[in-house]
Design a protein around this ligand. Structure first.
Ligand code: FES
Ligand code: FE2
Length: 362
């Protein structure tokens, strides 16, 4: 990166960052029919095996190129519509109906796939280097989740993500009567967080009242994964609201997003009544965040030409994103930019995993 303006990864659509991206709501995938999915420019077929596990494979059959989403689920595998070739859960050809045994070797490419928050996530690399995005303060908790809006924004996900740490615009656009100052927490090479470190001023009666619900700082935390999925945590100490903005780039440089609302699981009848209310309230908070900026995203031509001190968090996010590993995927080209530390950690992890299991990854 020669300057904050000339970036190779940040806000560049030919740079797909390796990571987990939201793919499809779990409820939209049954164990009979595969689904077509153009995923960051790569054509995939998604299917749910009869064992209930969601799987993602490259779409085109290696026999003659039929789209496998036209086929059918068969056991843990998928069977092509055209001549009935069957590929198992590892992608290996295991049956050609007109033959006793296939007699040829053939394979389809399978991709790491996981379900979380009622959503199917796909990893744009061979072996995941990281878990599906999660909320750090709920790391060890079971959670309930529901969906907010699905949306399209007319700019790159990295630019949409900046909005949540652009403290400068909180007053100019959102009329926030509170100053926000971020502390940066680098969780690891692919995850960075920004947490507010200011208290609520006592300038108005209702602010004084709000302040009673915060032991110290006004809670406002933003955590980013690979520069494209981010979670916001806000709310008084007794009730934190968690909103995940799951984004993925489109071929035209725009963003396709899905809001996911998350709260810790609460037990029994109490949880069954209270959690839907909390998730509904969280959705309203999420809508509030999304409001007000829509017009800007339609026309922005993002260039940080004149950075000022108040843009400090944005600069940190931009530099963090610039260091992400890119991959050959769809409209993206690998730029061989794996930070050395990341690659060493990954290779060590892989060695350890290989010793204990045949299923490296998650
Ligand atoms: S094209 Fe798939 S089996 Fe022939
Ligand atoms: Fe905003």
């Amino acid at each position: 990166m020669s300057s904050l303006e000339e970036t190779k990864v940040f806000n560049q659509n030919d740079a797909v960052i390796e990571g987990w991206y939201w793919a499809l709501k779990s409820s939209k995938l049954n164990s009979k029919k595969p689904v077509h999915l153009n995923f960051l420019g790569r054509e995939l077929a998604l299917y749910r095996g009869e064992d209930g596990i969601a799987r993602a494979v490259d779409a085109y059959c290696p026999h003659m190129g039929a789209h496998l989403a036209e086929g059918n689920v068969d056991g843990k595998g998928v069977r092509c519509f055209f001549h009935g070739w069957k590929f198992d859960e590892k992608g290996d050809l295991v049956d050609i109906p007109c033959r006793k045994s296939p007699g040829v070797e053939s394979k389809i490419k399978t991709w790491p796939c996981q379900e979380k928050y009622g959503m199917i996530w796909i990893y744009t690399g061979e072996v995941p280097r990281q878990p599906v995005p999660f909320i750090y303060e709920l790391k060890n908790s079971e959670v309930d989740a529901s969906f907010g809006n699905e949306f399209v924004k007319e700019c790159h996900p990295n630019v949409v993500m900046i909005n949540a740490i652009d403290a400068h615009h909180f007053t100019s656009v959102h009329n926030l009567p509170v100053e926000v100052k971020f502390e940066t927490i680098v969780h690891n090479d692919y995850c960075i967080a920004f947490e507010n470190r200011t208290t609520i001023p006592h300038t108005r009666w209702y602010l004084k009242l709000f302040d009673k619900f915060y032991e110290k700082y006004l809670t406002y935390k933003m955590c980013y994964w690979n520069g494209s999925t981010g979670s916001v945590t806000v709310g008084p100490d007794f009730l934190h609201c968690h909103i995940i903005f799951a984004l993925r780039p489109l071929a035209n440089g725009h963003t396709e997003g899905q809001t996911i609302l998350v709260t810790p699981k609460r037990k029994g009848v109490f949880g069954a009544i209270v959690n839907p209310i909390i998730l509904w309230a969280t959705k309203q908070v999420g809508n509030y965040f999304a409001k007000g900026d829509t017009e800007v995203f339609k026309t922005i031509n993002f260039k940080l030409k004149t950075p000022i001190k108040e843009d400090d968090s944005i600069i940190k996010f931009l530099k963090h994103t610039e260091k992400q590993k890119t991959c050959d995927w769809g409209f993206g080209k690998s730029k061989n930019n794996i930070p050395e530390s990341q690659e060493k950690d990954f290779q060590n992890e892989k060695k350890i995993q290989a010793r204990f299991t045949n299923h490296p990854s998650l």
